[in-house]
Ligand binder design. Structure first.
Ligand code: PLP
Length: 390
């Protein structure tokens, strides 16, 4: 059999692979602490789940327009615009089953074979996957630990050119928890304008920012909204990963192209899921605040605990729910160390190398888990490393 070459570069997401191995160990009787998957441990908020159930009972189980129900698009335009200090029209909003299709389809609509696409490394693996499927050339910009994992702007300046079609940003970032400061966004914006490049700003962790940092969208830099695709999702903010609901905000001509791609691929997002989403953004927001405060406590516990492990050095992440310790002091490769910790300590986490070349020398731990489990996991890691003579 031969297969089309556009899938040759695709690889599984590290998180699913580690989860599969962790499940095997669990099935064999080992107790595993799960710090590998980027998924809130909270249930979907009660009012939101109820709105979904009510929608099913009311018969909202039909196709909707591929780009989403008008009422949801209007609510998203208002909510997202207000939070970012910009004006968004409902026809610039494209609803999708999770945020991922709004990463993939605008990329397919914009990138021609051979076009260069700049993206963060370490970064969310879907970026490299979708650039490759579109036939683009992936151009990785390192994220610097000493710069709170914001872009290495000098490397960025060296990479950007007339050949750059698209620049992908992710702030707060997966896997580092880094937040790109406004001054860096302004620099990137100036370059995007100079070289006439589009920007895709993955802002799915925008609401998960801690008190010592501030979220800014590059779309709020003057002149940028017309060349920016904002990608956001209900998955993390409202603990709705399995409902599959996300959206993109983009100029309406591009939205019309993405509408066609959705029409001929997924058709539409689940009808009742969209009603749940409507309740999520128009209903009370206090549960989001409680969740963010909780994550911040967990972050402080995990960062202190990681810094107490010999050979580990962990920055305080400013957003999302990932810690990204530098483990170069252990003398081990990140894949080797992640395997050792899973097999011997029963703690599932990810090697930084599954997020790109520049992730080598780091681990990613998701702290979307209870403080009790986080403490237990840290203790186990510490004792395994002592036992291994490191
Ligand atoms: N973007 C980033 C940076 C992510 O970490 C994730 C999920 O982990 C997504 C996008 C996709 O989220 P979803 O498709 O569940 O909305």
């Amino acid at each position: 059999m031969t297969y089309a070459s556009r899938t040759n570069h695709l690889e599984p997401e590290g998180a699913y692979q580690v989860l599969a191995r962790a499940n095997q160990l669990e099935a064999a009787g080992q107790e595993i602490i799960h710090l590998e998957i980027g998924q809130p441990d909270y249930s979907t908020f009660e009012n939101v789940a109820q709105a979904g159930i009510d929608a099913i009972r009311a018969g909202h189980t039909r196709y909707t327009p591929p780009v989403g129900m008008p009422s949801l698009r209007e609510a998203i335009a208002e909510d997202s615009g207000r939070r970012r200090g910009i004006r968004i029209a409902a026809d610039e909003v494209v609803v999708s089953p999770g945020g991922k299709p709004n990463l993939f389809f605008p990329t397919l609509a914009l990138v021609e074979a051979g076009d260069e696409v700049i993206y963060p490394d370490p970064g969310f693996p879907t970026y490299e996957a979708m650039i490759g499927v579109a036939g683009g050339r992936p151009m990785a910009v390192p994220l610097l630990e000493e710069n709170n994992f914001s872009f290495d702007l000098e490397a960025f300046d060296r990479l950007i050119s007339e050949r750059t079609k698209l620049i992908i940003l992710n702030s707060p970032g997966n896997p580092t928890g880094g937040v790109i400061p406004r001054t860096d966004l302004e620099h990137i914006a100036r370059q995007a304008q100079k070289f006439n490049a589009w920007v895709m700003s993955d802002e799915i962790y925008a609401r998960l920012v801690y008190e010592d940092a501030e979220f800014n969208s590059i779309a709020s830099v003057p002149g940028m909204q017309e060349r920016t695709i904002i990608v956001d999702s209900f998955s993390k903010t409202y603990s709705m990963t399995g409902w599959r609901l996300g959206y993109g905000i983009m100029p309406r001509e591009l939205a019309a192209k993405v509408d066609l791609l959705l029409t001929h691929s997924v058709g539409s997002t689940a009808h009742f899921t969209q009603f749940a989403g409507l309740e999520a953004i128009t209903g009370p927001q206090d549960q989001v605040k409680v969740m963010v405060a909780d994550y911040q406590n967990r972050r402080d516990v995990i960062v202190d605990g990681l810094n107490a492990i010999p050979g580990f050095l962990c920055q305080k992440p400013q957003g999302a729910f990932y810690a990204f310790p530098n483990i170069k002091g252990t003398g081990m490769k990140s894949g080797e160390l992640a395997d050792l910790i899973l097999e011997k300590a029963g703690v599932a986490l990810l090697p930084g190398s599954s997020f790109g070349r520049h992730g080598e020398g780091y681990l990613r731990l998701s702290y979307a888990n209870s403080i009790e489990n986080i403490r237990k996991g840290l203790e186990r890691i510490k004792s395994v490393l002592k036992g291994s003579g490191r």
